[in-house]
Write a protein that binds this ligand. Structure first.
Ligand code: GRG
Length: 290
């Protein structure tokens, strides 16, 4: 029997320490360090870096080798939130129970803070690869680059923006969710396995990440539209006239799709030895009420 909370906080603390190490000395030019740290600390659930490190551990990898990728992934996730909240995108003024980055630091500094986090994430991964020079680590970095890019999260965001105010088809909506949300989960599982030297699990872990991301996003929509969950931001799908699984299929069918995806992600994960922690994490995520 594992102690989920203990392991989760232990991994999140490792990630936080390393994030602080990379960010605490950015003090010049004035303002940029504050804007970067504002969105990274105290941060959110740290789900993606925790998945990455836990996946590496599942395959016998060492934390020291996986940590640079975990930290980089959290920086990429954070930059995407900062940019997503900007007036030119979702125009949100609350995130994680406090004002969004551009409300506090201004639009220009928020854009630069996002850019700086993205660049720093690649500097950290590249430096680690230079230091270690293993092909597995380069593959892990390449996976993160791919899933964060036009063929992943950015691509999903582009279609999401283009279809604002229009009715998305089922295929378009699946594309948006798979890329906007699932891509960073796929990167977390995939890069964790690669950093541990495992290339064989890629296909199965991709499916776990894809299904978890879709389920996670459908849950997000259902919470957003219910209006009764307090998850630290203002409901925005309706304001931005976005199609969601609930608007496309109706809440009942969306719940069913969500349940199928969650069950299937867990079943696949369970086929791996030592997957107890990750199985518990996926169960917590899909059953969250915030
Ligand atoms: C700007 C390139 C670019 C991409 C933006 C991340 C994103 C794409 C948009 C944010 C809005 C959104 C609904 C994203 C889907 C993923 C999602 C539900 C993010 C929230 O992730 P959590 O719950 O956040 O892990 P915390 O705050 O815990 O880190």
């Amino acid at each position: 029997m594992i102690d989920f909370d203990q392991i989760n906080s232990e991994i999140a603390a490792l990630v936080d320490q390393k994030l602080a190490h990379h960010l605490e000395n950015i003090n010049y030019p004035p303002g940029i360090g504050q804007a970067m740290r504002y969105s990274v600390f105290p941060g959110g659930k740290r789900v993606r870096p925790v998945i990455l490190l836990a996946t590496s551990r599942m395959f016998g990898g060492c934390d020291t080798n996986a940590l640079p990728f975990a930290v980089a992934l959290e920086m990429i996730h954070t930059y995407s939130m900062i940019h997503d909240d900007l007036p030119a995108m979702d125009d949100d003024d609350m995130r994680r129970w406090r004002p969004t980055n551009h409300i506090v630091h201004g639009d220009a500094m928020a854009i630069l803070a996002g850019d700086a986090l993205l660049n720093l994430s690649f500097e950290i991964m590249a430096d680690h690869c230079i230091h270690d020079s293993s092909l597995h680590n380069l593959r892990a970095m390449s996976k993160i680059a791919k899933y964060a890019g036009v063929g992943g999260m950015i691509g999903g965001q582009v279609l999401d923006m283009r279809l604002e105010g229009a009715d998305a088809t089922a295929d378009e909506l699946e594309y948006i969710y798979t890329n906007k949300t699932s891509a960073l989960f796929m990167a977390a599982f995939g890069a964790g396995a690669l950093a541990a030297g495992n290339c064989d699990a890629d296909g199965a872990l991709n499916e776990v990440g894809r299904k978890l991301g879709l389920a996670f996003q459908i849950k997000d929509d259902l919470l957003d539209s219910s209006g009764c969950a307090d998850f630290g931001k203002n409901p925005s799908d309706e304001k931005n006239q976005k199609s969601t699984y609930a608007s496309l299929y109706g809440a009942k069918r969306a719940e069913e799709i969500f349940a199928d995806l969650s069950t299937s992600a867990v079943q696949t994960l369970k086929t791996f030895e030592n997957s107890d922690f990750l199985v518990a994490l996926v169960n917590r995520l899909v059953n969250r009420t915030w």
